[in-house]
Design a protein around this ligand. Structure first.
Ligand SMILES: O=C(O)CCC(=O)C(=O)O
Ligand SMILES: [Fe+2]
Length: 317
């Protein structure tokens, strides 16, 4: 049993090294451009009318690309390891009913909403912003880079817990593990002049860390009592660059509490709904809760220059 675990850990470590070199060689960038490729292709095809040869060539190369990515993915991925999954997800997910995004051009903004009043919004795909919804969270006063750094440094098995079920997302940052994040220089931690901005997210899986972090926040009170909530939460923090455009592979709807800093969200419909739905941006402030079906809304984020953003994100459904 222990041997199996060790082998699994070794394998994951090797996969991480492979992932790192794949990303360093630009696989990440290529794959992310693929999203625009799909969207732009649809857009241009609609504008220019039919150019069958071009369409056949593009569709064929897309299918070949997807099949090869699928193989790369099956070799490299354990769970959502590579952004290539976004493309595989994009290519294999059921087509969306575009009713979810038709006429949606901005978030619904709610204030002081009770659980009873929220029922009518609870299972819509969003986006919804509930203003000033986390004012009671101790996290708004206490959460910081240092708090998480100390927690992970002092908890035995904390980093291994990420290898064994929770994800670390580096987006466009050149840091590939949470350990690397917590070993940055003080100047980079604070994003001082001349330092490369960084932005990462990860899931808390270790039981002691979960128990500790949960002292600082509560699941938003307006969410339905009978909803299912996972045992883990994700933390996203950093500067400027934010999250790249992606869809999530998650089982439920997403909620996210904006603990510190402001953030711009950019949403885009899935490509098959491009002709009836729109891309748009919205802005959130500390204290806001954002609700969104991140499985069908492409989403990216950006942090205003000079600000540090920190959020707690989880699921309900
Ligand atoms: O908060 C962010 O920057 C990204 C969040 C995200 O991707 C998500 O909540 O699914
Ligand atoms: Fe996401």
């Amino acid at each position: 049993m222990q041997k199996n675990n060790r082998e699994r850990r070794n394998l994951r470590r090797k996969i991480k090294i492979l992932q790192k070199s794949a990303i360093e060689r630009g696989l990440n960038g290529v794959l992310l451009q693929e999203y625009n490729f799909v969207c732009n292709y649809k857009h241009e095809a609609a504008n220019k009318g039919s150019n069958k040869k071009l369409i056949v060539a593009i569709v064929t190369s897309f299918i070949v690309g997807v099949i090869s990515l699928y193989f790369v993915n099956s070799i490299l991925s354990t769970r959502c390891l590579l952004p290539s999954n976004y493309l595989v997800w994009e290519a294999t997910r059921p087509l969306a009913d575009c009713a979810y995004c038709g006429n949606v051009t901005k978030p619904i903004i709610l204030r002081n909403i009770s659980r009873r009043e929220f029922v009518r919004y609870a299972y819509s795909s969003g986006p919804i912003i509930v203003k000033n919804a986390i004012r009671k969270w101790k996290a708004t006063r206490k959460f910081s880079f240092k708090l998480f750094q100390q927690l992970y440094e002092k908890t035995a098995g904390s980093y291994e817990s990420l290898d064994e079920g929770c994800q670390f997302l580096n987006f466009k940052t050149d840091l590939f593990t949470l350990q690397e994040v917590f070993s940055m220089s003080e100047a980079r931690i604070r994003n001082e002049e001349g330092q490369k901005p960084w932005y990462v997210g990860w899931g808390n899986c270790h039981p002691d860390i979960l128990a500790n972090v949960r002292q600082y926040y509560d699941i938003p009170e307006f969410l339905p009592l009978d909803a299912e909530f996972p045992a883990t939460e994700n933390i996203f923090f950093g500067y400027e660059i934010g999250a790249v455009m992606h869809l999530d592979y998650i089982a439920r709807l997403m909620w996210q509490g904006q603990v510190k800093g402001n953030k711009t969200w950019s949403l885009a419909p899935v490509p098959e709904c491009d002709h009836v739905c729109q891309k748009f941006d919205f802005y959130v402030e500390p204290g806001d809760v954002v609700l969104l079906d991140t499985r069908i809304w492409y989403h990216a984020t950006r942090i205003p220059k000079g600000q540090f953003s920190m959020t707690v994100q989880s699921e309900y459904g």
